[in-house]
Write a protein that binds this ligand. Structure first.
Ligand SMILES: [Mg+2]
Ligand SMILES: [Zn+2]
Length: 188
């Protein structure tokens, strides 16, 4: 059973640009590939877990989400890094596309995407981590028994000062590079 990092996408791996509706708008943070590569080499599985309610809202299709993920993977590969899986939730209860307008178990902080990764990639959640710029990413860590790392990129700097009662991060770091360093120092 492997340790994993359940990695948020927007504001964590790539710059937050609102609803990302085409691959040309993707900007990986400059340290992203180096950070992921270091964790790849340590044998830690890296699994993207991202809420993409833009599908339910009718802003873009699942095909566009998948195209964006292929583009991210191509950029990472150029930097000698890779993600082990890309999972996303296309739902939102207020969506206007009927088939996606549901209250689901996979939208973070729901755990269904993590459960899928545990099955498909044989991951041990208790040795794992979540990394993200929102408190939902930390709540997910609490739910699955992982450690939760809040980054200050994206919405993170604002989120840091709006901590919901009963939720706290194991560590708050400046960015994904800081998260990777902390993970490598605290893996077991
Ligand atoms: Mg985010
Ligand atoms: Zn969902």
């Amino acid at each position: 059973m492997s340790a994993a990092v359940f990695l948020d996408r927007d504001g964590t791996l790539i710059e937050e640009v609102g609803y990302l509706d085409r691959p040309e708008r993707i900007a990986l943070y400059p340290y992203a590939a180096d950070s992921i590569r270091a964790m790849n080499r340590a044998g830690i599985r890296i699994v993207m877990v991202t809420n993409q309610s833009g599908v339910a809202r009718g802003f873009f299709s699942e095909a566009v989400v998948e195209e964006c993920h292929r583009h991210i993977e191509a950029i990472l590969r150029q930097g000698g890094a890779h993600l082990d899986a890309y999972y996303y939730c296309p739902h939102h209860p207020d969506g206007r596309v009927t088939e996606y307008a549901i209250s689901c178990d996979c939208r973070k902080p729901g755990r269904a995407l993590v459960d899928r990764a545990v099955r498909e990639l044989r991951i041990d959640p208790e040795r794992s981590f979540t990394v993200g710029d929102r408190w939902v990413d930390i709540s997910l860590a609490r739910t699955i028994g992982a450690r939760g790392i809040l980054v200050r990129t994206g919405y993170g700097a604002g989120e840091e000062h709006k901590r919901p009662q009963g939720v706290s991060a194991d560590v708050v770091v400046d960015n994904l590079a800081g998260a990777a360093s902390w993970i490598l120092a605290n893996s077991r």
